[in-house]
Design a protein around this ligand. Structure first.
Ligand code: SAH
Ligand code: SF4
Length: 342
C-alpha cells in the first residue's frame, strides 16, 4: 500500500481530485499530517467519515512501527528502532540537551559505503528508504515532543545510510518537511552529512540550498583515508576538498568536517598539521569526536591528551575545531553505532 507520507502536496491534491473531493480537502489532510501530527485516518475528524474510510483502505499512514525504545541513563538520548512495512528496521535518535532537541535520522537500511569503523557500514546495504519513510522519523519525534509541549529544533541526516547515495528521496523528504503549509521546518535547521560523494556534492552545490553540509573526512591523506573509508579510492581527498571549495564559494556557507578520533591512527599531530594545511583558507569547522566502539572494528577512542593536542594544532592554524562529547553510549546511539539488529 502506498504511504501517504510519500506524496508531495500536488500528488495528494491530484489524488483527491481523482476521488472527486473538493479542492480544500488536500490542505486539510496536509495540515492534519504535518501540523497536527495525526497518524491515523480516524484522527481526521474534520473530514467526512466516508473519505476517512477510503483513505484508510488505500493509503498507509503508519510506515514506521516503533518496536524498541531505549533511553540513555542520563535520560538525554532516546533511540527508537522502527519496523518498516517490509519487516526491515532502522533507528533514529533524539538528543535533548540544553535548549535543543536534535534528531538524527536514517536514509537507508544499512549502507553500501563500508567505512570500517561504522556499525551501519559493517552490516552492508539492504535498501534505500523512501522519502515518506524518512519524513516519518521526524513526524514520530515531532509528535512525541509536541505531547510534552516541545518541538524539534534541529535535524541531522547522520543516522544509518549515506544520504547522497539516496539523494532524491533524502532531498524530497527535506523539501516536504520544509513546506510552509505543512511542517514548515526551516532548511537551515537541517544538516546533511556525506562520506564524500563528489558528483552529489556538486549537484547539491548547484541547488544552492540553505541546508547545512557536513563531510566525513577522518584522515588528511589518501592512504590513511582509503584504509578507513573505501570510498576514498573512488573520490580522493584533494578532489573532494576541491568540491568543498566550490560549495563554499557558490553558497557562502561554512562547511563542517567530521573526524572520528582513533587512538594512534588519525589523532596524531602529523595528521592535524596535514589537515590544517589542506583546509587553509576554507570557510569551515572541524567537528571531532572520540571514536565510538563498534563490534567490527578494533581501533580505540582517542585520549583526552591527544584530542586536546589535535584541536590545538588546528586552532593555531586558524581552523576552528570542537571536540564533541560522546552521547548515548550506553544505548549504542552514538555516531556510527546505529544498526538494525535490535
Ligand atoms: N553516511 C554519512 C552519514 C551517517 S554517519 C556519513 O558517513 O557522513 C554520521 C557520522 O558518524 C559520519 O561522520 C561518520 O563518519 C561518523 N561515524 C561513523 N562511525 C563512527 C564511530 N564508530 N565513531 C564515531 N563516529 C562515527
Ligand atoms: Fe555509511 Fe556513513 Fe557509516 Fe560510512 S560512516 S558506512 S557512509 S553510514
Amino acid at each position: 500500500m502506498d504511504l501517504i507520507l510519500d506524496l508531495t502536496f500536488p500528488e495528494l491534491a491530484s489524488l483527491l481530485k481523482e476521488w472527486n473531493e473538493p479542492d480544500y480537502r488536500a490542505l486539510q489532510i496536509w495540515q492534519g499530517l504535518y501540523q497536527h501530527f495525526w497518524k491515523a485516518p480516524e484522527e481526521f475528524t474534520n473530514i467526512p467519515a466516508l473519505l476517512r474510510t477510503r483513505l484508510k483502505a488505500e493509503l498507509n499512514f503508519a510506515p514506521l512501527i516503533p518496536s524498541t525504545i531505549l533511553q540513555s541513563s542520563d535520560r538525554q538520548t532516546i533511540k527508537t528502532l522502527f519496523r518498516l512495512p517490509d519487516g526491515k528496521a532502522i533507528e533514529a535518535v533524539l538528543m535533548r540537551y540544553e535548549k535543543r532537541n536534535t534528531l538524527c535520522i536514517s536514509t537507508q537500511v544499512g549502507c553500501a559505503m563500508g567505512c570500517v569503523f561504522c556499525a551501519t557500514g559493517q552490516m552492508g546495504f539492504t535498501r534505500h528508504l523512501s522519502s515518506g519513510e524518512i519524513v516519518a522519523q521526524v513526524m514520530h519525534y515531532a509528535r512525541l515532543l509536541y505531547d510534552q509541549g516541545e518541538v524539534v529544533t534541529n535535524v541531522v541526516v547522520m543516522g544509518m545510510g549515506e544520504p547522497f547515495h539516496n539523494y532524491d528521496h533524502t532531498l524530497a523528504a527535506i523539501d516536504r518537511l520544509n513546506d510552509p503549509d505543512g511542517y514548515n521546518f526551516g532548511a537551515r535547521r537541517f544538516t546533511i552529512s556525506t562520506v564524500g560523494l563528489i558528483p552529489a556534492i556538486r549537484k547539491f552545490t548547484s541547488e544552492k540550498r540553505q541546508v547545512n553540509l557536513a563531510i566525513s573526512l577522518h584522515a588528511a591523506d589518501d592512504t590513511l583515508r582509503a584504509s578507513m573509508l573505501p570510498v576514498d579510492k573512488r573520490y580522493p581527498l584533494d578532489e573532494l576538498l576541491q568540491a568543498c571549495q566550490e560549495y563554499v564559494a557558490a553558497t557562502g556557507r561554512r562547511i563542517t568536517f567530521e573526524w572520528a578520533l582513533v587512538n594512534g591512527v588519525n589523532d596524531t599531530p602529523e595528521q592535524a598539521h596535514l589537515l590544517a594545511r589542506k583546509l587553509k583558507g576554507l570557510l569551515c569547522h572541524v567537528n571531532a569526536i572520540p571514536l565510538n566502539p563498534t563490534e567490527g572494528y578494533s581501533g580505540l577512542a582517542t585520549t583526552r591528551q591527544h584530542a586536546d593536542k589535535f584541536k590545538e594544532v588546528l586552532s593555531l592554524s586558524g581552523i576552528p575545531c570542537t571536540i564533541r562529547l560522546r552521547r548515548g553510549m550506553d544505548i549504542r546511539a552514538g555516531c556510527g553505532q546505529l544498526a538494525s539488529k535490535s
